[in-house]
Design a protein around this ligand. Structure first.
Ligand code: FDA
Length: 308
């Protein structure tokens, strides 16, 4: 139960101040985040691509409450995409976008503003020769995110969706999304959700993940299997064999800094592995979710605090 408690505590200004100003945070932050600036991200992308991995890059930021900030994030993505094209990294490197960083939560016209900003990013991605995937945030954003996805796909059919097996609604959403040409990233879900909308037990989240995976493979979608859990990875590879999918017909995905030897092992066995690579100054929310996912990470962090 440490994870949900930590995620709840992470919302308080005191904890945020403590973690973001603590000198010892930086060591652990560096494990999960490529750096503050685009140069650091570009260097990390080159390193991963050289090892045969693909990448999806997240310019960190979320829960934007100002229009100007949303526009700055949109422009940062355009700069990033131009850089990927200039350095010959597209299409091995695409981008992942959080709609809440593009203004989705702004009162009145948040969904329209996020759609408008996302369109600009998709246009830049198309020109660069790569793709965009829309990250999924907490359950209150799912309807808005899926409606923006539908609008974007009318012009950019390659836009990727993300669905979370922890949510009760997801198996229905997966059935709608499981058609040929539909790029769908399946994750377990990183947000603390109420029991009214989400499975509370890990075993139920895992079973739902496997059911959704089967629907994606059976329906002819392009599954993006995002998990570090060996049981989920093995199940995806088993389904690929069952449905006669070759290695270009689906991909595995993991987060930067987690299970790196398994990332390389899957590539060595001939499979596609894409790494989710975050960079930027607004690392707090992303970092706290990574801590919360694994009690050992929290223990490591607390021990570093005590020993410094
Ligand atoms: P699980 O949590 O069961 O972990 C399995 C094993 O993986 C652990 O036993 C441990 O060995 C290792 N592991 C997992 N997390 C770790 C960590 N933080 N540190 C160290 N080891 C760890 N979520 C979301 O809500 N919206 C999104 O858009 C995305 N996008 C996304 C993209 C990609 C490429 C990935 C891999 C994940 C996401 N996620 C996400 C996060 C996802 O929902 C989930 O929280 C994490 O992937 C952890 O779940 P696992 O499937 O890895 O299994």
């Amino acid at each position: 139960m440490l994870g949900p408690a930590l995620l709840a505590a992470s919302k308080t200004p005191r904890i945020r101040h403590f973690v973001t100003t603590s000198r010892v945070s930086r060591g652990l932050v560096n494990r999960f985040i490529a750096g503050n600036e685009l140069d650091a991200a570009a260097a990390a992308v080159h390193g991963l691509v050289t090892k045969g991995l693909s990448v999806t890059i997240d310019h960190l930021g979320e829960d934007t409450t100002e229009r100007s900030q949303a526009e700055a994030t949109r422009d940062a993505y355009s700069t990033l995409l131009n850089r990927l094209a200039a350095e010959g990294l597209a299409p091995r490197a695409e981008v992942s976008v959080k709609l809440s960083a593009l203004g989705q939560a702004l009162p009145d016209d948040g969904t329209a503003l996020a759609l408008e900003n996302a369109r600009v990013i998709c246009t830049a991605a198309q020109q660069a020769g790569t793709t965009v995937t829309l990250d999924m945030e907490d359950h209150t954003t799912v309807d808005s995110t899926l409606s923006i996805l539908r609008e974007l796909r009318a012009d950019f059919p390659w836009v990727g969706a993300v669905v979370q097996s922890s949510l009760f609604r997801t198996e229905g959403d997966v059935r709608d999304l499981a058609h040929p040409g539909s790029r769908v990233r399946l994750v377990k879900g990183a947000y603390a959700e109420p029991r009214t909308v989400a499975h509370a037990k890990k075993a139920d989240v895992d079973a739902a993940y496997k059911r959704s995976l089967a629907v994606l493979f059976a329906g002819g979608a392009y599954p993006m299997v995002a998990s570090h859990d060996q049981a989920m990875i093995d199940e995806a590879n088993r389904l690929a064999a069952q449905y006669d999918r070759c290695s270009s017909d689906y991909e595995l995905q993991m987060l930067y800094g987690i299970r790196t030897s398994e990332q390389e092992r899957q590539v060595a066995e001939g499979r596609q592995m894409r790494i989710y690579l975050p960079y930027g100054q607004d690392w707090y929310g992303y970092f706290m979710r990574r801590l919360a996912e694994r009690p050992a990470n929290v223990g490591f962090f607390l021990r570093s605090l005590v020993s410094n």
